[in-house]
Design a protein around this ligand. Sequence first.
Ligand SMILES: Nc1nc2c(ncn2[C@@H]2O[C@H](COP(=O)(O)OP(=O)(O)OP(=O)(O)O)[C@@H](O)[C@H]2O)c(=O)[nH]1
Ligand SMILES: [Mg+2]
Length: 199
Amino acid sequence: MSSCKIKDASFIISATSIENSPAPSVAEVVFVGRSNVGKSSILNTLTNRKSLAKSSSTPGKTRLINFFDLKVEMNENEYHLRFVDLPGFGYAKVSKSLKDEWEEALSEFLYKRDSIRLFIQLVDARHEDLKNDIEVEEFLNSIKRADQTILKVFTKTDKIKQNDYAKLKNKYKDAMFVSNLSKRGVDELRDAICKVLFL
Ligand SMILES: Nc1nc2c(ncn2[C@@H]2O[C@H](COP(=O)(O)OP(=O)(O)OP(=O)(O)O)[C@@H](O)[C@H]2O)c(=O)[nH]1
Ligand SMILES: [Mg+2]
């Protein structure tokens, strides 16, 4: 049982594309998924910071690639890593050309960024089979390198009935399940991230 503690977390910089991103010198964890699924929220919950990443009930809140530096402690060792908060895929309320431009930049970042070690693919627990999520999953599987891991994480589990939660857990044995409201599953997810990166 690993126990991973976040010692320090701070925002470094925002980028619009891979070209103006910081040097890929630190292991990165990226949060990927539909707009409004809870990417920015889980980043805050994992780091115990209320508003490190900006979250909002209005979809399309995160419009840039945002980098956060973290210092963590595990088994009495200290490690550095980065969390990367991304815009959502499939945000429809902007013009098609702008949407295509964002998704192009986002896809390119995910595909080319050398320092990504872990893709956290977030899915709303109420909507397990949306076309958009399936496309994102297929895309990640198609670009994943040997040194990278994909972890599927269901969010907003506080919004489903106990019975549906049990069914979902049973169906997706390799996935993780969190709630930013109740904090369910958050310590487990933090430990899983540290395990992938540092064990
Ligand atoms: N009930 C509940 N609400 C949540 C949970 N996680 C996030 N939310 C809410 O969902 C909304 C969207 O959360 P964000 O974290 O901004 O979502 P995002 O994926 O970063 O969205 P974009 O930046 O637009 O791509 C906010 O109103 C959050 O408070 C959760 O686990 N449970
Ligand atoms: Mg966001």
